[in-house]
Write a protein that binds this ligand. Sequence first.
Ligand code: SF4
Ligand code: SF4
Length: 452
Amino acid sequence: MLPFLNQGAQSFRHGIHPEDYKAMTRDMPLERMPFMEEVVLPLRQHLGAPSVALVKPGEKVFRGQLIGEAPAFVSANLHASVTGTVKRVEPHHHASGKLEEAIVIERDPYSPQSLYGEQKIDWEDFSPQELIDHIQYAGFVGLGGAAFPTHVKMTVPEGKKARFFIVNAAECEPYLNSDFRILLEWTEAIFLGIRISLKILGAERAYIGVETNKQEAIDRLREMMPSDLPCEVVPLVTKYPQGAEKMLTDAVLDKEIPSGKLPIDIEVLVNNVGTVAGIGQYFSYRQPLIERVVTVTGPGIKRPANLIVPIGTRLSDVIEFCGGLHENTRQILFGGPMMGSAQRFLDVPIMKGTSGLLFLTDQEVFPREEYACIKCLRCVDACPVYLNPSRLGLLAKERKYEDMMEFHILDCMECGSCSYVCPSNIPLVQRFRVAKGLLREKMAREKAKQKA
Ligand code: SF4
Ligand code: SF4
């Protein structure tokens, strides 16, 4: 990134500047992936309780029909992404590496795949709660990867308020361009999504945070911004992890979120740009969350692309549609190289939170020998939440997990910046993930004991 491009752009302290590798797909317009013979819709594809199947094998379903119901507030509805017949409801390979219950639908080859109940929604007279109810019905979750149910996020807790709404369009993960293409191609839907979000929250102002490596998107948003929309485009320094909520809030509003707190604690609410555009589309033609934009990229795939993929499409079908894999492909990630998760099975389905498919070859993925920590403190300079990864790494290696609490391990957002800069190839973030998992389990056990 040339330094002059970042002039006047805002940012947070610390962080890293990895090569962005976005050129491979940045100029590729969105392309619609065809409907495959079968789709696999896991009941667990969001944070919170999995949805509960409303359909049985043999039942006919329509594209956009509700087929899985949220059993709790922190959960999300699930809709059919194709018109067809339910073949099975059974455990299936899942991006988490586990088997998860899923609804398998066989496409009706004679159906035009039109949308069930397609119709514009006249939302202007709705109350904020009615708008949230619609978002909840439509099964929206954060499309940046975390897949937290959107209706939960947009329900501001009693005693708090959201004065500012930030649209997260930083897309700081290398290789990915799904948000960039949405900014360019679904601009009107973003503005409508912002209008609806401002009404729900009663917020004063919206901001769209975009990194300066997406200058065309910044220009387009500014050019097309409706004059009556209280919204500002904020250019951000191209830096990782600029898209993390805490970093984004700091960069856009110059407000730090204290340890253990959320943006709403400082009157801010953040949503991913894909989610905001999806909300705009839902109110334009009542399309629930049944498809998403996925960047298919990396040196291992023959035809990189930015695709609109029906949720539930198998990874193997996307690979075939994109011309297949090069022989030296070694690793497939759901998401980007910094926070993505490696996949073991080719029949895993694309889910609501799958922002990208990254195919890496033996040129990028090879064993690296680990050396002792040389106390260079590069990891300390990189950590965006001011932890001491060097110290935490030593404690994790010795399995002194309890002691890691004193060094605020639970504030670690697993961004991987420390591992990226470490000259000794210490797998810091991998160790922190294990430590956090074990500590959370222990805390849950202790809480359960206290209740009993
Ligand atoms: S992974 Fe955790 S410790 Fe490492 S830089 Fe990110 S937040 Fe800091
Ligand atoms: S970057 Fe690696 S070698 Fe340097 S202090 Fe941190 S853990 Fe040690």
